[in-house]
Design a protein around this ligand. Structure first.
Ligand code: MLC
Length: 422
């Protein structure tokens, strides 16, 4: 048998992102005449990404999609491929991946495998959802079903309550404080206020966050993933595709390594029964670092999942930015450093010099269309590595980035390490 030839590199060569909460479809050419549906958002994001990469739909021989909550379809990727005319067709691999919020990063790693092992050379990964379009009641009816289990005994809202239980575990076992949890949301709001497309325009304070309506014992509404509508897509190519199209071999960013790991579908009922075993980000990050042959000090930008403060705190510890149990104090310290820096020098101080994490504002403040947001982490990493983030957010000399997506209530972790093109 001839040896399997693994192409040297797989690159992200283009990205597409729709406006968040588009209320006026007519404003956006691709949406004209269509309802703001998850599928329309996916299509718009895909077309933007193809244009951005300078390739056409018919060049694609791989399509990966993650399912939506607002308008779920059996085999979402096949549904999308049919809508855009890729199916019926030949020689195209179409695959739906479902690892919850980890989906976009799982999709990125799956695209890399499609290119390295399955003969594809141009693959799109697409996500879109319109959960803000649902009434609050309808959203909760659907969201509550996803992570609920009689053994978990989680009250509605189930997802915030599940994360809240884990936050209480962290407070009890590691001394994380209520203010440290709130500092995550405050810090993300500062970051979002520097991104032109983010939903959050004005930074909020810890006091405002703590005095907002609580939806669970240690979680206020301002500490929840911000429900939104939006789509995002990325295009990945092999080096031979770039060669064939006469594009530079250094186009875009390289997918250097990746790792995935799993945890339980829901947390135990009692905080006393929780243990470190239920977390999987550290394992996924370890696999990704090993494959990329790098460590935390080699990473210049981090796109970390932050659907709730506890998720960001655990991620900061899992990727090695802070020792276990110290993620809360790490965030709090950086938050006050940034607040003071901005007070001293509002125009010149750069929060990203102190905290090169989620410069777009994450789920807590940029916006969270269900399973799309990990794609925003990837796209922000792409912008950082290609020096496109602009003076407000650009991390100096960003050469490597780590992106993390989390699914369910710490049920799935997918981590990828990306590197600058040349
Ligand atoms: C909500 N609001 C925020 C905000 N979150 N404002 C700023 N920052 C935030 N982070 C605002 C809304 O914009 C809105 O204002 C008001 O608060 C009420 O929000 P709502 O969603 O319209 O209200 P309600 O129906 O009462 O529901 C509140 C809620 C719900 C907290 C129960 O928002 C919720 O469940 N959020 C979490 C979503 C979630 O679970 N996502 C998945 C994360 S887990 P206005 O002015 O707009 O009316 C994950 C993993 C996975 O990501 O696998 O999926």
């Amino acid at each position: 048998m001839p040896p399997i030839r693994i192409p040297k590199s797989v690159r992200i060569i283009g990205t597409g992102i729709t406006p968040l909460n588009p209320r006026s479809p007519a404003k956006h050419a691709v949406l004209a005449g269509q309802k703001v549906s998850p599928s329309a958002l996916m299509q718009q994001a895909l077309r933007l990404a193809l244009d951005n990469a300078g390739v056409s739909l018919k060049d694609l021989n791989g399509l990966i999609a993650v399912p939506s909550l607002a308008d779920t379809h059996f085999m979402e990727a096949h549904y999308l491929a049919t809508q855009i005319g890729l199916l019926p067709g030949k020689s195209i691999i179409v695959r739906t991946v479902d690892t919850g919020g980890a989906g976009p990063v799982t999709g990125l790693l799956e695209a890399k495998r499609m290119i390295q092992m399955e003969g594809a050379d141009l693959v799109a990964v697409v996500a879109g959802d319109a959960v803000k379009n649902l009434s609050g009641e309808e959203f909760l009816k659907r969201a509550d079903q996803t992570c609920n289990h009689p053994e978990a005994e989680l009250p509605s809202p189930v997802i915030p309550s599940g994360y809240d239980r884990v936050a209480q575990y962290q407070m009890k076992n590691f001394g994380t404080t209520r203010e440290q949890l709130a500092a995550c949301s405050a810090l993300m709001s500062i970051m979002a206020s520097r991104h032109p497309s983010a939903l959050t325009h004005t930074p909020r304070t810890i006091t405002e966050i703590l005095s907002a309506r609580h939806v669970a014992p240690v979680t206020s509404v301002l500490e929840c993933a911000r429900r939104a509508d939006g789509g995002a897509a990325i295009i990945l190519a092999s080096s031979s595709f770039l060669e064939r199209k006469g594009l530079s071999r250094n186009t875009g960013v390289v997918v250097v390594g990746g790792g995935e790991a799993s945890g339980p579908l829901f947390p135990p009922k009692r905080i006393e029964d929780m243990s470190e075993q239920m977390f999987s980000c550290e394992e996924a990050a370890g696999v990704a670092y090993d494959e990329a042959q790098v460590g935390v000090r080699d990473i210049d930008f981090f796109g970390l999942y932050d659907c709730f403060p506890i998720c960001l705190i655990r991620a900061i510890e899992a990727v090695g930015l802070a020792p276990k149990g110290h993620g809360g104090s790490f965030v709090e310290e950086k938050y006050y450093q940034i607040v003071k820096g901005l007070e001293r020098d509002p125009d010149g101080f750069k929060p990203q010099d102190v905290f090169p994490i989620n410069t777009h504002g994450g789920l807590l403040a940029f916006g969270a269309p269900w399973e799309v947001p990990a794609m925003y982490n990837i796209i922000e990493a792409y912008d950082q590595l290609t020096n496109r983030a602009g003076p407000q957010r650009q991390v100096r000399n960003a050469r490597r980035a780590l992106v993390y997506g989390n699914g369910g209530i710490f049920s799935a972790s997918a981590v990828a390490v990306l590197g600058r093109g040349s």
